[in-house]
Design a protein around this ligand. Structure first.
Ligand SMILES: *[C@@H]1O[C@H](CO)[C@@H](O)[C@H](O)[C@H]1NC(C)=O
Ligand SMILES: *[C@@H]1O[C@H](CO)[C@@H](O)[C@H](O)[C@H]1NC(C)=O
Ligand SMILES: *[C@@H]1O[C@H](CO)[C@@H](O)[C@H](O)[C@H]1NC(C)=O
Length: 417
């Protein structure tokens, strides 16, 4: 009766009690959560300290390495899993081959200085020719386990030691290791060493730390320079032939491109041919003889009037068996300073014609760099590879292209083909 006659006063008292109770529960929950998080972040901190000690990260590089710590939080599970696979590979029965070159004892061929034509060359070509016969370098960082199991697509990115931010964005966007419709995708970055001693000292440890976290760095002991990209090409092909027997396809490209991974998978699914090599194929290109040009090639180095068909190095696709054959074919040729042309020469040895596809835009969508079209997500949506984007633009474009809001019926599809 009372309850019914004085509903207000009783209700108020009960509500107050209830509020207190709920408040207390919240407070307890908050305290518990804080303690839990503290203990977790302590583990992280401990872990990152350990790794820093392990890699001798101290002094000036310690400050920089702080940038990694938030990453480490995200990747804590992965760090553990990397450590676990390392252990299992040690104890596993699966004995992997090791890279056969352990020392670099190749010296310059000064015999060339006897020749007048050599002495007349620009310095960078002299440098290239002096070391042209040096084709076998040791590995500094290897991933012998990368191709374990069956892999549909191996993404291979040419990178240099200082471009950490580009690698980071690629890992978050098109280079993400994942499985799409049952097709496994793995990623590696190809690096040489820095030519600059200070850079070498500061960045090498960081690179090793980065590799400890992600396990996706391949590094060889040759200087990363424009003319040494060909060395990178042949070392990758050799590495692939040694370690990756069950990879169906390879995407190989630069670290400043946009890649539409789903379009790539769709394209590969539709191709049922042997010796697939597809990209932004350039036919009948003439060697550039203007000295100011980045791609200048003196007649002394290449005297033919045309290059063989080749795909722009910004991004192309090939199948795994072809990559192994290419390794053999490239071994029969002298090194050529432009890596994508060199690969065209190797293809010519095999008499394989590269396929041109319009979804590879290794020179940008439209040649006019200022054009708004180069910033238009609707275009990117249909593309496999587009050159050339800064890390921030890449991330932004990736998010726009992958959001479902854009490119509905209202969106104008301009036909670039
Ligand atoms: C370089 O080392 C290899 C062994 O790794 C050896 O066979 C070769 O003779 C050496 N070359 C020179 C020039 O010392
Ligand atoms: C340089 O010339 C000497 C003698 O002619 C020869 O033995 C040597 O192999 C040459 N070096 C290279 C790297 O070709
Ligand atoms: C390529 O790398 C080797 C080994 O580091 C170096 O000796 C050579 O000078 C480099 N070549 C060019 C053209 O940069």
């Amino acid at each position: 009766m009372e309850l019914i006659t004085h509903p207000r006063s009783v209700g108020l008292r009960d509500k107050w009690r209830m509020c207190r109770r709920v408040g207390l529960i919240f407070l307890l929950a908050a305290v518990a959560l804080t303690i839990f998080q503290r203990s977790r972040s302590n583990t992280y901190f401990h872990k990152s300290q350990q790794t820093q000690q392990q890699f001798g990260l101290h002094g000036s590089s310690q400050r920089r390495s702080l940038r990694f710590v938030p990453e480490l939080l995200w990747n804590w599970g992965r760090v553990n899993s990397v450590a676990a696979t390392e252990e299992s590979s040690v104890s596993g029965r699966d004995v992997r081959r090791t890279w056969d070159i352990t020392i670099n004892n190749c010296s310059a061929n000064y015999n060339l200085s006897k020749f007048q034509w050599f002495m007349e060359l620009e310095n960078n070509f002299k440098q290239f020719l002096l070391y042209r016969h040096c084709r076998h370098f040791p590995m500094i960082i290897n991933q012998p386990e990368k191709c374990k199991g069956e892999i549909y697509l191996l993404i291979v990115v040419k990178s240099i030691i200082t471009q950490h931010d580009r690698r980071e964005v690629i890992r978050k966007t098109w280079g993400r290791e994942q499985e799409i419709d049952g097709k496994k995708i793995k990623t590696v970055f190809l690096l040489g060493t820095s030519s600059n001693e200070a850079e070498k000292a500061n960045h090498q440890k960081l690179l090793e730390y980065e590799n400890y976290i992600y396990g996706d760095i391949l590094q060889w002991d040759f200087m990363d320079s424009f003319f040494n990209l060909t060395l990178k090409e042949i070392h990758f092909l050799k590495w692939f032939s040694m370690y990756c027997t069950k990879v169906h396809y390879i995407f190989k490209g630069d670290d400043d491109v946009f890649v539409g991974v789903r379009n790539v998978l769709e394209f590969l699914g539709s191709m049922n041919i042997k010796n697939l090599f597809a990209g932004d194929v350039i036919l009948k290109a003439k060697p550039i003889r203007k000295k100011e040009n980045k791609y200048y090639i003196p007649v002394a180095l290449y005297d033919k009037t045309l290059y063989p068909a080749y795909a722009g190095g910004g991004g192309f696709l090939m199948d795994g068996p072809l990559a192994r054959k290419l390794y053999g074919a490239c071994e029969t040729l002298d090194l050529f300073p432009i890596d994508d042309v060199f690969l065209g020469m190797c293809l010519q040895v095999l008499q394989v014609a590269p396929i041109k596809h319009n979804a590879f835009k290794t020179f940008g969508l439209v040649h006019d760099k200022k054009s708004k079209l180069n910033r238009e997500p609707c275009f990117f949506k249909d593309m496999m590879v587009v050159h050339k984007l800064l890390p921030q633009d890449l991330l932004q474009m990736w998010e726009m292209v992958n959001s479902h809001r854009i490119c509905s019926q209202n969106c104008i599809h301009l036909d670039l083909h």
